[in-house]
Design a binder for this molecule. Structure first.
Ligand code: GLC
Ligand code: CA
Length: 571
């Protein structure tokens, strides 16, 4: 694998600013809070921060609804605070990427306000306004956060009584931009270039495979009790999207030595070449094919997908092999839209001791895959899901919608709450656990969202001193990838799937001209035997979640959840 790009050597860390650290004790995390904690991040060893949206926003979707792309939300700080963060981070060799949300704006953005106020203004065509038939919306599409994707514009009925609507794939406070309009695209490129000249290292690119819509605006077969149909067939990964992305790259990213990581769920593998290949639209994309194995494509929390370890393994292998063929990966376990990974992959009944072992196993599994690993805040502590007892305790719009939709589909309120607890985006949005003092040391004020009560046992202060903690394990993993004689092999080496003839185990190797390293992970709560006899001999254990590894004549007796990386020699 070629060493041509700086971003291949990074270890990324995702920050949800609202919940990282509150520097002025108003209950909301902020930019200065991140600056204050740079020592923690640099000590952990991460080199690239992805900060979720910090722009001006009414916060209907926690900043993914931007009302001014050129300013910062006051609750997060000021432009000076951001400059200061960029400079201070640079001193510690940490680069910063921001979240680029250009599929939609907030309905409070001045473009949308103008579009509403004056149907004749050019801003009407910045968005997607369409007539319904009487008061039936233009199509029967359901949005990602429930309900119709069409919102009625009051007072714009035509003479035949047909109402006017605007399109929003996400909340009604997130109207979709009309990418078909060249002037809109130009305005968006201006924003991108503004930020790139400000000294950031690049972007995580939000919902970018939604920017092209099927221009026929046809109905779909109804698939729910709400009488609607999930929209993605005509709104996601549409043919022709390549033209927009090509132009976006040429007008912006290509002019800088920046990194871009795109969110492109359900993108077909045949199209990866165009997206992340040699002259691809992006540096990397997040592959949700394995990361959302617990869900079906319709995104309904109540429609869970039970999966086996074997299926997970196959999905990871497929993903890695295709990414390796064309470009570079961005492996991850968690993000601000997912539940915690312990719960996602192992269910919600794991005891505290196993949770530590499992967090390290999941760490080993994902961290040494091909690509730039992305760690989500709190993952390095082994935080698990936070079970809430009432729907009132949720903040996230998607979680609330999923709850009421489940009820409509006939589930009981207990069942609906169970599904939301399993999948809610609020699981990863709780305040970070700095110590065991009140509010986990996150803030002296009451946090904007309920804390996960586990902060008393799972927090930085306790884990930093404990060499067996999840945090210490993450530090070791990062050191091994970044600063050991195996670095080149772990970063640029070939990914090779291993078949150890055991369906409870996920194993792979990374190899280059100098070394071959294997990563073996026992997903089972029972011991498992594997035989390496005709393949490798283990020379040295480099990192493990349970130190004592029993190897006899190349037969390994793996303890429950045991996981390790070892240097091997081919036999
Ligand atoms: C992406 C974000 C998610 C947000 C949505 C709409 O999926 O990750 O948090 O709600 O886009 O912007
Ligand atoms: Ca604050």
């Amino acid at each position: 694998m070629s060493k041509n790009k700086w971003w291949k050597r990074e270890v990324a860390y995702q920050i949800y600013p609202k919940s990282f650290y509150d520097s002025n004790n108003d209950g909301i995390g902020d930019i200065n809070g991140i600056t204050r904690k740079l020592d923690y991040l640099s000590d952990l060893g991460v080199t690239l921060l992805w900060i979720c949206p910090i722009f001006k926003s009414p916060m209907d979707d926690n900043g993914y609804d931007i009302s001014d792309y050129y300013d910062i939300a006051p609750e997060f700080g000021t432009l000076e605070d951001l400059d200061n963060l960029i400079n201070e981070a640079k001193k510690k060799n940490i680069k910063i990427i921001l979240d680029l949300v250009i599929n939609h704006t907030s309905d409070e953005h001045e473009w949308f306000q103008e579009a509403l106020k004056n149907p004749e203004s050019k801003y009407r065509d910045y968005y997607i306004f369409k007539r319904g038939k009487k008061d039936v919306p233009p199509t029967n599409w359901r949005g990602h956060f429930g309900g119709s994707v069409w919102e009625k514009v009051e007072g714009e009925k035509d003479k035949d009584g047909n109402e006017m609507y605007y399109l929003h794939l996400f909340s009604k406070k997130q109207p979709d931009l009309n990418w078909e309009n060249p002037e809109v695209r130009k305005e968006l490129y201006k924003i991108v270039n503004f930020w790139l000249t400000k000294g950031i290292a690049g972007f995580r690119v939000d919902a970018i495979n939604s920017i092209k819509k099927d221009q026929r605006y046809l109905d779909l077969p109804v698939d729910g009790e709400d009488g609607l149909a999930f929209n993605i067939k005509y709104t996601l990964n549409q043919p022709g999207i390549e033209e927009f992305l090509d132009e976006l790259r040429n007008e912006t990213f290509k002019k800088y030595d920046c990194v871009t990581v795109a969110e492109t769920p359900l993108l077909e593998y045949e199209r990866y070449d165009k997206f992340i290949g040699e002259n691809g639209f992006f540096s990397m994309i997040f592959d949700f094919n394995y990361a959302e194995i617990d869900m079906k494509d319709d995104g309904a929390y109540f429609n869970r997908n039970d999966f086996t370890v074997k299926e997970l393994r196959e999905k990871i292998f497929d993903s890695q092999l295709i990414i390796q063929k064309y470009g570079w990966g961005a492996p991850f376990l968690e993000n601000h839209d997912s539940p915690r990974s312990i719960d996602k992959y192992f269910g919600d009944n794991i005891n505290d001791e196993d949770a530590v072992t499992i967090s390290k196993l999941l760490g080993n599994l994902f961290f040494f895959l091909q690509g730039t690993p992305f760690i989500y805040q709190g993952q390095e502590l082994g935080i698990n899901n936070f079970k809430r007892t009432s729907i009132e305790d949720f903040d996230d719009i998607a979680s609330k919608d999923q709850y009421y939709r489940a009820l409509k589909e006939g589930f009981s309120s207990e069942e609906a709450l169970y599904y939301v607890n399993r999948r809610s985006r609020d699981n990863t949005r709780t305040p970070f656990h700095w110590d065991s003092s009140e509010n986990g040391g996150f803030s002296r004020a009451i946090p904007w969202i309920k804390m996960n009560e586990s902060y008393k046992k799972v927090n930085v202060e306790m884990e930093i001193e404990d060499k067996n903690s999840v945090l210490s394990h993450y530090k070791k993993m990062i050191e091994l990838r970044q600063k050991s004689k195996y670095s080149d092999c772990l970063i640029y080496g070939e990914f090779v799937p291993l078949d150890l003839k055991n369906d409870e185990i996920i194993a792979y190797s990374r190899k280059d001209n100098n070394y071959e390293l294997i990563c073996i992970n026992n997903f089972s709560s029972k011991s498992q035997e594997v035989d390496l006899k005709d393949k490798f001999s283990v020379k040295e254990i480099l990192i493990a979640n349970i130190e004592d590894i029993q190897i006899k004549e190349n037969r390994i007796n793996l303890k429950p959840y045991q996981s390790f990386v070892a240097k091997v020699e081919k036999l």
